[in-house]
Design a protein around this ligand. Structure first.
Ligand code: FEO
Length: 396
């Protein structure tokens, strides 16, 4: 794709990565690819905001060339040093060696550890600092841990334009550039998956930053993140969604996630799911070995209750549940409730181990675990159904 003018004299010059299927290693699946967004501001002092992932820097340079000779770039804003946004920086600096780099102190230190930066003209900025580029002024807002220590947002008041890098982004490759050009359900699903898999453990800081931005009373008519679609039709929609996700508000929904050895835990899962549904609770059931961990994590933003089941093997749960429970521990879902169930043979163990993991992740275990010996009979299937019914009460 070539450059796209997003406001008069401001261009998207990023690249679309249609093929990306995993991000941050193998756990976050990006079924719809992604984009690495960079923005070129044509003013008295030509400014580039963020670079792209190194393998795509040639395309970035071509897109810049479609507007201006890259040698004319005078400022390069580095909102974040992660390699998907700064990987292309060395090539940009070869073409515009005199450009001033505007970034936080932590970003400068990080860039010096990533690249050969001799001769780069670093200009460290802090919250509230401004830099005039001619008819427009850039204002910077440090955003440590949103989602790295070096992160910052760049705001252009004259354009009511916020460029917050990863915040408000989505892994979504598309020919559309704006929120009013794409199916809103697809857009919000990918934005939610992004939040859950990247920002979830930083929710307290997200809330603080949202308050800070609100307190600044600045008009925002466009949010241009570093991944995916630009919010111009309704930028308030994604801000409200972040508020909701970070606060852990959630809905009266349940997830039943399980693994089974010979089918007994599967039978239990079905009965528990039916019990929840019989109480009017919207419930999704996942067999973990047939499911995508990061899709389940995304559902945690909505579902306030997660019920985990496993057969016992060697006094423990089946190993296919481990990555999900590890992810819970890493991402610390906000204000969530949980419970555990499973079948066993000669010794118990899975239910206790699941409960331990839920607690470690900060998930409140709200009901005593349910364990069934060998194969559940009709009476025990009824118990599972009732156990699901009684869990439903925790959501009301
Ligand atoms: Fe924190 Fe898109 O990288």
């Amino acid at each position: 794709m070539s450059s796209v003018e997003i406001k008069k004299g401001i261009y998207w010059v990023g690249v679309v990565d249609w093929d990306l299927r995993y991000f941050h290693g193998p756990t976050y699946t990006t079924h719809k690819g992604t984009s690495y967004n960079s923005y070129l501001i044509m003013d008295e002092h030509v400014t580039l905001v963020d670079a792209v992932f190194a393998p795509f820097v040639g395309e970035l340079i071509e897109n810049i060339r479609s507007v201006v000779d890259p040698a004319k770039i005078e400022y390069v804003v580095v909102n974040h040093i992660e390699t998907d946004h700064a990987g292309g920086l060395p090539e940009i600096m070869k073409l515009a060696p005199k450009a001033k780099i505007l970034c936080t102190g932590k970003a400068k230190a990080g860039l010096e550890k990533h690249f050969q930066t001799d001769g780069w003209d670093f200009n460290v900025v802090k919250t509230g600092d401004t830099v005039s580029i001619g008819s427009r002024t850039q204002t910077f807002l440090e955003a440590p841990m949103l989602h790295w220590p070096d992160s910052m947002f760049t705001y252009i008041g004259e354009e009511e334009l916020l460029m917050p890098n990863d915040a408000f982004g989505q892994h979504l490759a598309s020919s559309a550039r704006f929120d009013d050009e794409i199916d809103p359900h697809i857009l919000m699903e990918e934005a939610a998956k992004y939040y859950a898999n990247i920002l979830y453990p930083l929710s307290r800081m997200v809330l603080k930053k949202l308050e800070e931005v609100k307190g600044m009373n600045i008009p925002i008519s466009m949010i241009a993140p570093s991944h995916g679609i630009i919010w111009r039709g309704d930028p308030g929609k994604i801000i409200q969604a972040y508020q909701r996700w970070a606060s852990g508000e959630g809905e009266a929904k349940a997830l039943v996630v399980y693994e089974t050895m010979w089918g007994s835990t599967s039978t239990m899962a079905r009965a528990i799911t039916d019990g929840l549904i019989s109480q009017g609770i919207e419930t999704r059931q996942y067999k973990i070995s047939a499911s995508d961990y990061s899709d389940i994590i995304r559902q945690m933003l909505d579902a306030r209750l997660v019920v985990i089941g496993s057969s016992t093997i060697h006094r423990h749960f089946l190993a296919s549940l481990s990555p999900l429970l590890e992810e819970f521990n890493c991402l610390k879902p906000v204000k969530r409730m949980g419970a555990a169930f499973g079948s066993y043979g000669w010794s118990k163990g899975a239910v206790g181990a699941i409960e331990e993991n839920l607690k470690k992740a900060g998930i409140d275990v709200v009901q005593e675990g349910l364990e069934i010996l060998w194969v559940p009979d009709d009476e025990e299937i009824k118990r599972c159904f009732e156990w699901g019914q009684s869990l439903a009460a925790s959501l009301k």
